[in-house]
Design a protein around this ligand. Structure first.
Ligand SMILES: C[S@@+](CC[C@H](N)C(=O)[O-])C[C@H]1O[C@@H](n2cnc3c(N)ncnc32)[C@H](O)[C@@H]1O
Length: 315
């Protein structure tokens, strides 16, 4: 693990990816760094040009498929709209999607829930892709994308009644500052929901090297815990109404897939044949995918990473 003053590390929040730069995030999502090969690989099963989240599935449901991404979005949206219908802005149908990725969630919100969505993202490729997807789905009038950073939302105070951020805050350098931005742009009575990766303090502190590799592989500067997010929301002036850990409906399934992938990679002939095929079919380098899967599995099998959903209101 690169040097970090261990006496300053009291919680896993203090363990940082020391060389992280926002450019790494651009690289991962613009197909210009080796971590993007995972998305090329996953595109064999799901629409990674629209959805970039790990989804949500019950035991009998097919995971890592477009439907699992939609299930996660539905779960967040149902909770969001339940709070919205009793808010003073119940007729305001505009949603801000912060770090909207390639637009799948925003487009789904428009098609299924009749919302008008403004999506912002820091990665130019994603903003471009999301715009093209909205056009292709014929929802460009209801769903609009632009570039923007979660650290400093290019929006007026009290301008949105609804906002969400799906599996993106993990990449943000200062998550409490982001939540303050959310609170600033929400109207009083407005509702916010979020899904994100969480670190489990005691596990990460016991295995800092494995945790560090996880952060590095996913281009994540650091992670919050379930409790620290609750506290940061309160400090940002958001009232947390509901939260849940849903790890067993996504990350645990992902971990099983990682395990299977690693097992199938054992026979050299099979690995090499598949490596050739994957490059030919998807342009992905299997060695990069292998490193990504291995680092993820090492952390996930220890229960180091959780997945949390949060719903909050600005009083
Ligand atoms: C895992 S993807 C999730 C995308 C989308 N929410 C979804 O569910 O498909 C994370 C997204 O966060 C964006 N992102 C990362 N840091 C950001 C920042 N500081 N401001 C805005 N977007 C950011 C990335 O470009 C990427 O599109």
């Amino acid at each position: 693990m690169p040097t970090q003053n261990m006496s300053l590390i009291k919680t896993a929040r203090d363990i940082r990816h020391p060389t992280w730069r926002v450019g790494d995030v651009h690289g991962q999502y613009s197909y210009t760094n080796p971590h993007a090969d995972l998305y090329r690989y996953l595109s064999q099963w799901s629409d990674m040009e629209s959805f970039l989240n790990v989804g949500y599935s019950r035991p009998w449901q097919y995971h890592l498929h477009t439907s699992s991404h939609r299930r996660l979005i539905n779960r967040l949206a149902d909770g969001l709209l339940a709070l919205h219908t009793v808010s003073p802005h119940a007729t305001d149908r505009r949603l801000l999607d912060i770090a909207a990725g390639r637009g799948g969630a925003a487009i789904h919100a428009s098609q299924r829930y009749g919302l008008e969505v403004v999506g912002l993202d820091i990665t130019p490729y994603n903003a471009y892709r999301a715009t093209a997807n909205a056009r292709q789905q014929k929802v460009s009038r209801q769903v609009y994308f632009n570039m923007g950073s979660a650290d400093r939302l290019p929006l007026a105070d009290n301008s949105f009644a609804l906002a969400w951020s799906i599996e993106s805050p993990a990449h943000f350098a200062d998550k409490p500052a982001f939540l303050k931005e959310v609170s600033r742009i929400l109207k009083p009575g407005g509702v916010f929901t979020m899904a994100d990766l969480l670190v489990v303090d005691e596990v990460a502190l016991a295995h800092p090297q494995i945790y560090h590799e996880f952060l590095q592989m996913w281009d994540v500067p650091y992670l919050e815990t379930f409790a620290s997010y609750g506290q940061a929301m309160a400090e940002a002036g958001l009232e947390l109404r509901r939260s849940e850990i849903v790890t067993r409906y996504n990350l645990d399934i992902l971990n099983q897939d990682c395990q299977l992938f690693l097992r199938l990679s054992q026979p050299k002939w099979l690995y090499n044949t598949y490596k050739w095929y994957l490059y030919w079919a998807k342009g992905a380098n299997l060695d990069n995918v292998y490193q990504h899967v291995l680092a993820s599995h090492r952390a996930l099998r220890l229960g180091m990473i959780d997945y949390g959903l949060f719903w909050a209101v600005k009083p």
